[in-house]
Design a protein around this ligand. Structure first.
Ligand code: BV8
Ligand code: ZN
Length: 246
């Protein structure tokens, strides 16, 4: 055990506790997927303005599609890690459990989680800018780029770009689950991107016991009752050992 679990946290690790796990790119780091910030991160090589905004897509949809095709290829080379698998065990153990993720890589789905609130969309979704028709598949979008819909509208990745609103219903569900949670884990997120990053403080304001799991302290730590420093692929499986037998 690389960290000490407080008695308070231990008492909350029972099936009747209402639990939320909120994840960011750090949960996928041990699967080999680049995070957005920090060393060797996505945004150190690519500018948000050139790849992850509606303006970038209208200015150069080919360049944006080539970036998303590259990210899809990178994700396809990998799979869920021990942290993802532990979160799936969380969902099965706690009677009232919600997974809220900022990640678009689909690894929580692959790990077996069923109820996932995807705040920033899904890299495997492709949506028409004109008619809104969308498909989810793992196919790489071939040339000619950008792909076109049958209605002749441009197809785009089904993710939420900077400057775009989060899917309203999903965001409302995330807010309501965070408010009613008794135990809120903020895992592998730098808590820099809003409105998602407001969820840990919202949970805390409404009485949740907030635990941050990260390799370093982040601004979410300001709202955390506990910070477990370590890799999510190591800390989360270790927490499973405290789950009441059964
Ligand atoms: C919005 C999908 C309302 C795409 C993403 C000016 C104009 C418009 C908006 C704004 C503005 N100024 C600010 C804003 C708001 C903006 C924002 O917050 N910007 C930030 C940069 C300040 N937000 C928005 O635009 C949002 N929409 O506000 O709408 C609106 C509308 C119009 C006008 C005004 C307002 C939409 C944001 C969604 C953007 N889409 N992704 C794609 O992926 O291609 S964001 C992207 O960042 C990912 O979703 C990612 O998940 C998210 C957050 O990053 P993290 O997940 O936290 O990842 P990060 O790399 O940062 O950190 C990793 C962490 O893991 C680190 O802490 C590290 O220590 C840790 N770690 C590493 N390894 C491990 C680990 N932890 C544990 N174990 C390990 N092994
Ligand atoms: Zn269409």
């Amino acid at each position: 055990m690389s960290f000490r679990v407080t008695d308070k946290l231990r008492t909350l690790l029972v099936p009747s506790t209402r639990v939320v796990v909120f994840t960011g790119a750090g949960v996928s780091a041990e699967s080999g997927i680049a995070t957005f910030r920090g060393a060797q991160s996505l945004w150190s090589d690519f500018r948000i303005e050139d790849y992850a905004t509606p303006q970038a897509f209208s200015a150069d949809p080919v360049r944006v599609w080539e970036w998303y095709n590259w990210r899809r290829r990178e994700i396809l080379k990998t799979g869920p890690n021990r942290g993802h698998n532990a979160i799936c065990r969380f969902e099965r153990y706690f009677k009232d459990f919600t997974l809220i993720t900022q990640n678009v890589d689909g690894l929580h789905d692959q790990a077996g989680n069923r109820r996932i609130l995807k705040l920033h969309g899904d890299i495997w979704e492709t949506r028409c800018c004109m008619c809104g028709n969308s498909v989810i598949d793992k196919a790489e979008r071939e040339q000619p780029l950008p792909p076109l819909c049958e209605c002749k509208g441009k197809l785009r990745p089904g993710v939420v770009w900077f400057g775009e609103f989060l899917p309203e219903i999903v965001h409302e569900q995330a807010i309501s689950s965070s408010k009613s949670s008794e135990l809120f884990f903020s895992v592998g997120t730098s808590a820099q991107v809003y409105p998602a990053a407001a969820l840990p403080s919202l949970a805390r304001q409404h009485g949740a016991y907030v635990v941050e799991v990260n390799i370093e302290k982040t601004s979410a730590a300001d709202y955390a009752d506990e910070v477990l420093i370590g890799k999510s692929g190591e800390v989360l499986p270790e927490l499973l050992e405290y789950f009441a037998a059964g």
